[in-house]
Design a protein around this ligand. Sequence first.
Ligand code: BGC
Length: 716
Amino acid sequence: MNSKWIYIALCTLSIGNHSFAQKKATSEQTIEKLLQRMTLQEKVQMIHANSSFATAGIPRLGIPPLIMSDGPHGVRVEHGNDWIVDKNVNDSGTYLPTGNTLAATWNKSLGYSFGTVLGKEAKYRGKDVILGPGINIIRTPLNGRNFEYLSEDPLLISKMVTGYIKGVQDQGISACVKHFAANNQEIQRTSINVQMSERALREIYLPGFKTAVTEAGVNTIMGAYNKFRGQWCSHNNYLLNQILKKEWGFKGIVISDWGAVHNTTEALMNGTDIEMGTDIGSPAFPYPQFYMADTVVKLVQNGQIAESIVNDKVRRILRIMNKTHMLGGKRIPGAYATKTHQQVAQKIAEEGIVLLKNERNLLPLTNTIQSIAVIGENAVRKNAMGGGSSQVKATYEITPLVGLQQQVPHNTTITYSKGYSIVRNATADTSLINEAVAAAKKADVAIIVGGWVHGYDYTKWSDNAYDAEDTDKPDMNMPFGQDALIKAVIQANPNTIVVLMGGGAIDMRQWIHQVPAIVQAWYPGMEGGTALARILLGKVNPSGKLPMSFPKQLSDCGAHKLGEYPSKNGEVRYNEDIFVGYRYYDTYGVTPQFAFGHGLSYTQFNISGLSLKKIGKQVMASVTIRNTGTMAGAEVIQLYVNEVKPVVKRPTKELKAFEKVFLAPGQQKQVQLLLPAEAFEYYSEPHKKFVHQPGQYWILAGNSSDKITAKAAIQL
Ligand code: BGC
């Protein structure tokens, strides 16, 4: 146990036995009384960082520090109070698959399982707030943090985020949904000003956050680094005061991103409740000099800022502390690095890995396969510590190579060759390629594990690249000469399977037509190698679906074609407007490499017989799904809506409901999906609200945005 944990334990004990807070832990009245007992200095102490991940707390009143930790897919390594990684602590825990793997399951109940694991592990580690989920819209394939995020589609985000947040918070730990809002690129994230229409904001960029607040009841929210319409997101009056707190009635805490506050008055007046950051490397800016620290005391004492402004922030913090039993000393212990948690990680990976292509039914590999050539440094690379603030120290991490070695039948031989080197600026290496080709020639099948990486030395944030915080990918091209490797191996062995790791799309045009089977494995967590091997070997039937479109090339992407990226004179205009992801590809007739919602199975499904019933402004859709193949599996029924004669330009189709259905071979089910009134609305700028336009609508049912197999019209 490190010193921080001992402090927490002591603090909890003192709260449990003696404190004022313990006696009356539950009501607003209690909070008011606590507030009355605080000095101004003590109040201010609660609204800014006092160490890398915590506020100060007020021990004399039994108020503990609010202790936070990244991140979205596991509890981060211990950084101590000072950002120096603690060496002698047991902080090796469950490394869950990343956000986009979770989203690719399209299984709402897995969001809850994911959150439950995180909440339990955070509690065990003495954390109060887990800094996730990250739910910014995937606007461009280049964003270095797409791997942490969920999707390009607001409905998919909303449905997955609800379970995640409830899972965390049912453990008595606060989730922190981030980064609010319009933080869709890492490059220039601390300087750019994002401009977009009100319609794009309301229809695309806000719904996930709104659901997190109004349906999932998230306790805390993190402001983003960038500016929105000229004002920093972490103290943006429109986003925080008007929308979040007034319109959505958010009663929880707004936490700034680390170092995202730039102005005391704005932070005080525009809705920031806690300023986080670090003074490391900047002795000139220690915690008392934070914008929301000593200056606030002076401003209140001088009468320039009303104390009620500070009180509101403290009240919010106390309310959440009370809700999460921080004041009552009643926390039940969490659980850490358990077998059950590891099984959840595996299940999410098994449902999230996507089978993109499978010609000649090359997959699953049958028992007749006696030799496999595994190629590519990604097959042996561990990813848990990569990518920036989401880094996790995993108890263990099963790589693709180890997963295969553990899962193949005893008589199957596996060889490994590196194929390419993950080092800065590496290009195709002829000797590595020759070695891989020789291995592929001798084997029944070749499995190339490639794609993106977190960085060159994934243990060092400063060396991160590609899928990483604080950086974007330079382009969509395969790094390290992988195109040349794949082209050479496919010549040597036509039974070549390409497995792609990474946070999203990569340019496959040089080899896609020659390679018969492609699997998208994302960053699938500590049991990712097991899950991948079980899919390749047919022990698990793949059921993942792309939560974002994979364009063929970067210039096909709406944000790059119509919008701006990375910026012009410090500003990024989202001129593509609401046409993000498949909304752009469909409406503008651009064929992606793999469409939003795409994902194959080893069995076949038939979705048919769509019928619709009006219930007031809602529509109940009923659809029949049948497993027509020979293997049990799961399919995602996706319902899209199209307005026949819209008064404003609308996308050709928009996802409005989905359901993942598990079926035995030959089994058939009738599935009902509710389309609420909002499923038909668009945001009208003149009316400044969502509008339900009477008229005819098509309801489209299928198993991918580009595979609609049943449709029906309805007059509303
Ligand atoms: C990231 C946040 C993270 C915070 C604390 C920032 O750089 O943007 O997502 O939670 O650091 O590590």
